[in-house]
Design a binder for this molecule. Structure first.
Ligand SMILES: C[S@@+](CC[C@H](N)C(=O)[O-])C[C@H]1O[C@@H](n2cnc3c(N)ncnc32)[C@H](O)[C@@H]1O
Length: 231
């Protein structure tokens, strides 16, 4: 068995455990402590997140898409594939080291998506980017953690709570879509999305497309419910 080799580590603001990048043969992993955050062997559901969400905005040639966070770049690569050549994609990534790793040893995994001229990267919390401007995005894709009920970074909870979902709704344009990745089902979260005014579609997808663990995606569309006109 080939042993794991640590390629890098990064301090996570507010957390005790660092984020670690490791390699074993051709396999790469990003972990926090003993918890796996991402493996290069299984990225089907990360790609499906972008594919399913971007299908909803396929009629928007100048779509603006916000992705949090970068990980190994698979969601970003899929968003590039499933939006028009005139779209713009902003990646909000908490850790500058992750961006460096994606420009270095991880670059080829997802086909060097950071080199695409449609992409820009901002270092920081995606929550700040969401609350910065209303009506700014056609799609917001959230894969910052293992899901609303499986956090490795407790402060990410604010993204999944009613206030965070309200902020996401405000940041989206009419008909825009919020896509959320999760390692497991979470009926309470699906309910919160609906309460926040989204039309919610829940999809179960395999980690390796046709096989592997089942992950859950919520594709939530912002709908403005018009008030009936006064008589
Ligand atoms: C599971 S990985 C994302 C995997 C990615 N979807 C892919 O296709 O490879 C989670 C990423 O989110 C970043 N992250 C965690 N919390 C964040 C936050 N609040 N804002 C922005 N990025 C965050 C982590 O540093 C990590 O790079």
């Amino acid at each position: 068995m080939i042993p794991w080799k640590e390629l890098g580590r990064a301090e996570v603001p507010g957390e005790e455990q660092p984020l670690v990048l490791a390699q074993r043969g051709s396999e790469f992993a990003i972990r926090i402590g003993a918890v796996a955050l991402m493996s290069s062997l299984a990225h089907g559901s990360e790609e499906a997140l972008a594919e399913l969400a971007c299908t909803h905005i396929a009629d928007r040639p100048e779509a603006r898409v916000l992705i949090g966070g970068l990980g190994m770049g698979y969601t970003l690569a899929a968003a590039l594939k499933h939006t028009a050549g005139t779209s713009r994609i902003v990646v909000a990534e908490l850790l500058s080291s992750v961006v460096e790793w994606n420009r270095g040893p991880l670059a080829v995994l997802a086909g060097k998506p950071l080199t695409d001229p449609r992409v820009s990267v901002t270092i920081g919390d995606v929550a700040d980017r969401i609350s910065a401007k209303a009506d700014a995005w056609d799609a917001i894709l959230l894969d910052v953690d293992n899901g609303p009920d499986a956090l490795t970074r407790p402060s990410n909870d604010r993204l999944y709570q009613p206030k965070g979902l309200h902020a996401a709704s405000e940041a989206l344009r009419e008909g825009g879509v919020l896509g959320v990745w999760s390692v497991a089902p979470d009926p309470a979260f699906a309910k919160r999305l609906a309460t926040a005014g989204f039309d919610v579609h829940e999809a179960t997808v395999r980690a390796r497309r046709t096989k592997g663990t089942r992950h859950v995606l919520w594709i939530a569309t912002k709908v403005t419910r018009r008030r009936p006109r006064a008589r």
